[in-house]
Design a binder for this molecule. Structure first.
Ligand SMILES: [Ca+2]
Ligand SMILES: [Ca+2]
Length: 147
């Protein structure tokens, strides 16, 4: 009898493990709740209402919908905009950090030249695509290092 119970228990454990493994993003995890792409249990209203709302839900607002189960957030997180800083916009030209089409050679010659190009001289290079103007501009937020 005890052996039978042990087998039954093992089978129960096995089926529970399988049930958990079978769950994936989009599957229910409670009343009106489903798993998001990180398997976090969130309200259905968030996954249904936020998919395809024009905002990329990659975790910034607490819900991650960037997976096939949510159709990659209804397309909200598709390829970066065509005006992304550093993207080419013509012959020898690229977009600066404000989305203006500027001369690529000029932009690159200004990166790290010691002047902070935050728009004062037309070009805006203060974004990660240009390594924050090669370090010409002071960081807005300095991390305070504690001794
Ligand atoms: Ca969205
Ligand atoms: Ca500069």
């Amino acid at each position: 009898m005890s052996r039978f119970k042990w087998i039954f228990g093992a089978l129960l454990m096995f089926s529970m493990v399988c049930a958990v493994a079978d769950s994936g993003p989009g599957d229910p995890c409670g009343p009106n709740q489903v798993y998001d792409c990180t398997m976090a249990c969130v309200d259905v209203s968030m996954t249904d209402g936020w998919s395809g709302d024009g905002y990329c839900d990659d975790g910034e607002w607490g819900v991650v919908l960037t997976c096939p189960a949510f159709n990659n957030d209804g397309g909200d997180c598709d390829a970066p905009s065509l005006t992304a800083p550093g993207s080419p916009c013509g012959d020898g030209q690229l977009y600066d950090c404000s989305g203006n089409c500027v001369d690529a050679a000029l932009a690159y010659s200004w990166i790290g030249d010691g002047y902070c190009d935050d728009g004062s001289w037309d070009l805006v290079l203060t974004c990660p695509a240009f390594d924050n103007d090669g370090g010409d501009c002071p960081e807005v937020e300095q991390e305070v290092l504690l001794p």
